[in-house]
Write a protein of this length. Structure first.
Length: 535
């Protein structure tokens, strides 16, 4: 039998390195800090870590602007630390995935410094340079972070393209030399033993060859707005080449961030899986992340996502990341009970598809209130108070009740959430009923039950009465998951007779026995039941 691929069966944990654990008391998380916390991650039961960027960076976008693809930024440590991280994680069967930010580099990358030095420089064409349109930029393309996507460069009298900040010039992926140079940098890390990459804005690599103006439209989410600067068909060619590169190593994962204007676009995300075997292994679809709390909405988002996938494609699921408000805060509204966070956890970890957790999600971390003077995210600075940026979801991991939540011995780069006396790893570890222990049990359960991981997903209650219930089945194993999204009691009738036993529940005792799947769910109850035999 073919061995199941680790990235299909495993759970991937995203670390925002600045905020995980600080070992040298400069207020910023670092690689030695991650190494120190590997025992915690292994106790929790994750299979891989995706590290937000740790390469050298002037940090205009906190690492999403890389100035040396082969180096480690000194604020995080050294290359030796990184090698040690791979080794120590490996000893615990934890894989390391890097963030590959190659739609653009930093403006301080030596390649860009060369490129902008003269029109005749051999690297001129590694970035996207154009003459202006009279006194205006070459066309009407807009940066995702505001304003024109073109920046005038006095020295050579041309504009360069930046889809994000002006400190993030876009690469020209049509240039073969650029491609080779980046591919060599990728090989450098694969040779060091990384197990894969998360590809930043993977759907934006290639731009229209003719640099046509994007059509004008007033509809806010109209994809026509970016007709010519995103999702160009030629991007798939680059991804196929990346896939070939990955396939020349063993068991490498490429997971793409497909960023679309529409809040969740499963068809677009799925298109980057190609035929399921020739492009990315996984692609994010943010539909569920953008949905309001509702069993029916969640159900529909999942169904559409699965339906969009190519035959050999595999889904991945995510509720939080470093760009969005914390899931806990999004779904909770003003409600302070954590029932919803628990339902969300059981939902995420029993769906079909590779789950991605965002650091702190497992202890129920919420958005942190950031005062204007404490904002560091360039987006928050630019758009405050209309949009306060992404800092609220990037604050230090809450380890304990100690000062600064045990994250650092000094004032951290972003404030610690004031709820840290309750929401922290140490207190929750010793509380059997904490959300942390729920996550841990769920991860443990996935290791024991193949049906939960690679089994079929068969919905039974599709949101009616704010309940979601489904079977997960694999060979003879049959598991039933029932989730009550509402704060009222709800009856579940799935009609199945037989011998059933609770294997995990937010409200019931383990081993509770059923002879029929007909029972009442308490408010925000999430229960997993396994068939143990026929009557
Ligand atoms: O994100 C792509 C992106 O478009 C989002 O940043 C989004 O526009 C923003 O969060 C507003 O909601 C990726 C990274 O995840 C992000 O952190 C980087 O800033 C961006 O690319 C540039 O590299
Ligand atoms: Ca540090």
């Amino acid at each position: 039998m073919k061995k199941d691929l680790w990235w299909k069966t495993g759970v991937i944990y995203q670390i925002y390195p600045r905020s995980f654990y600080d070992t040298n008391n400069d207020g910023i998380g670092d690689l030695p800090g991650i190494i120190e916390k590997l025992d915690y991650l292994s106790w929790l039961g994750i299979d891989a870590i995706w590290l937000s960027p740790v390469n050298n960076s002037p940090m205009y976008d906190f690492g999403y602007d890389i100035s040396d693809y082969r180096g480690i930024d000194p604020v995080y440590g050294t290359l030796k630390d990184f090698e040690k991280l791979i080794e120590r994680a490996g000893e615990r069967d934890i894989k390391i995935i890097m963030d590959l930010v190659i739609n653009h580099s930093s403006h301080l990358h030596p390649w860009f410094i060369e490129s902008r030095s003269s029109k005749k420089n051999p690297k001129r064409d590694w970035y996207i340079w154009r003459d202006g349109n009279g006194d205006n930029p070459p066309n009407n393309w807009k940066s995702a972070f505001g304003g024109s996507a073109w920046e005038w460069d006095e020295k050579t009298g041309q504009y360069y393209l930046h889809s994000f900040l002006r400190e993030q010039p876009d690469f020209n992926w049509r240039n073969r030399e650029l491609k080779e140079a980046v591919f060599n940098d990728i090989r450098f890390w694969l040779d060091k033993g990384v197990s894969g990459f998360r590809l930043d804005v993977v759907n934006w690599y290639i731009k229209d060859e003719k640099f046509r103006n994007n059509p004008f439209t007033i509809k806010p989410f109209d994809p026509e707005k970016h007709k010519y600067d995103r999702n160009r068909p030629e991007t798939h060619e680059v991804i196929k080449e990346l896939r070939n590169l990955a396939d020349s190593y063993k068991d490498i994962l490429l997971v793409g961030e497909v960023f679309s204007l529409i809040p969740g676009n499963p068809g677009l995300s799925a298109s980057f899986l190609g035929n399921g075997e020739d492009e990315l292994h996984l692609a994010f679809d943010f539909s569920i992340m953008y949905r309001l709390w509702s069993a029916r909405r969640f159900y529909r988002a999942v169904k559409r996502w699965y339906k969009a996938l190519p035959e050999n494609g595999w889904p991945c699921n995510v509720l939080s990341n470093h760009d969005q408000p914390r899931g806990r805060s999004r779904y909770m509204g003003k409600d302070f009970c954590d029932g919803r966070a628990r339902v969300a956890a059981v939902f995420l970890l029993t769906l079909k598809g590779t789950p991605f957790l965002y650091y702190g999600e497992e202890i129920g971390m919420r958005n942190t209130r950031i005062e204007k003077c404490d904002i560091v995210d360039p987006l928050g600075k630019r758009y405050w108070p209309i949009y306060k940026g992404r800092d609220m979801a990037r604050t230090p991991m809450q380890w304990s009740k100690a000062d600064y939540a045990g994250f650092s011995g000094t004032r951290p780069w972003l404030p610690v959430n004031s709820d840290y006396d309750k929401v922290n790893v140490e207190s929750q570890k010793s509380d059997r009923y904490s959300i942390l222990n729920l996550y841990r049990k769920l991860l443990n359960l996935r290791r024991k039950h193949k049906a939960l991981v690679i089994g079929a997903w068969e919905p039974v209650i599709k949101g009616r009465g704010d309940v979601l219930a489904y079977f997960r089945t694999y060979e003879k194993e049959m598991i039933f998951v029932a989730l009550n999204f509402s704060t009222g009691r709800r009856r579940v009738r799935a009609g199945q007779r037989g011998q059933w036993r609770v294997i995990l529940s937010t409200h019931r005792t383990k081993f509770e026995h059923f002879t029929e799947l007909d029972f009442e769910l308490l408010p925000n109850e999430a229960t997993i039941i396994k068939k143990i035999g026929d009557l």
